[in-house]
Design a protein around this ligand. Structure first.
Ligand SMILES: [Fe+2]
Length: 240
């Protein structure tokens, strides 16, 4: 997915699918060795969320599920190493392939409203990198979703290495994904990342929610749980 940004109206809108597919892609991890640690983390987390969201979307299908679970596993295993040592070609290669697979997930399934919430945040605050915004929103967003529609979260937690079999309830297995997500964020060096670092305040939550639902409303239609405006405001507020 690419995006279109209009600064005066604060619209940052994703677009993609067949018309924007490249004729040829060169995915060469050797060209990525000099990407700085933070941007390695932001890009890797973006790919991670493309996979997670495509797995959770109502339009998921067996082929997108297969790519999504593989990409989630590869990123959880390798992104921290790629962030820690940018010259780790093995880790870079794993993340590059996972990112490519995550793109297929986006096309075969879809991102969900987590991406709408991020686009609104970076439309109002263009200095906020996309992957940083997703990461800063993610614990609040996915905790909200996992509590209300837990069914697909245990497989994601398992792909990230969590031992969910010993957990007695579906809810606990689902929340194991949040535990794994926090570990991945910390492993990628983003434990202290916060929306306030980019000038975003809790008071903006209503305006951001309105923007997310008006400009990127399509992704809300494939959410596994139908979010109300008040839900979206509370997810933003949950980040503070
Ligand atoms: Fe993205």
């Amino acid at each position: 997915m690419d995006c279109y940004y209009q600064s005066d109206t604060k619209e940052k809108i994703g677009y993609g699918f067949d018309g924007t597919f490249p004729v040829l892609s060169i995915v060469d991890p050797e060209l990525m060795l000099t990407v700085p640690p933070d941007f390695t983390a932001f890009q890797g987390m973006d790919a991670f969320f493309h996979s997670v969201e495509g797995y959770l979307a109502k339009v998921n299908q067996p082929s997108s599920d297969a790519y999504a679970l593989m990409a989630v596993e590869l990123i959880a295993k390798n992104l921290p190493a790629a962030v820690k040592d940018g010259n780790n070609l093995e880790a870079r290669t794993a993340v590059a392939w996972a990112n490519t697979a995550a793109g297929m997930v986006e096309s075969l399934s879809s991102c969900i409203s987590h991406h709408s919430l991020e686009h609104a945040a970076s439309a109002f605050h263009p200095d906020l990198p996309h992957g940083a915004g997703l990461t800063a929103l993610s614990v609040s967003y996915f905790s909200f979703m996992a509590e209300r529609c837990p069914e697909r979260f245990p497989a994601l937690a398992k792909a990230m290495g969590e031992d969910i079999d010993q957990l007695p309830t579906l809810k606990e297995k689902a929340m194991a994904f949040i535990t794994a997500l926090k570990k991945l964020i910390a492993g990628a060096g983003q434990k202290d990342l916060h929306l306030s670092q980019f000038g975003i305040s809790k008071e903006e939550a209503p305006a951001l929610a309105k923007n997310a639902m008006e400009t990127m409303g399509g992704l809300f239609t494939v959410d596994p749980y139908e979010l109300s405006y008040d839900d979206v405001v509370s997810i933003y507020e949950g980040c503070f």
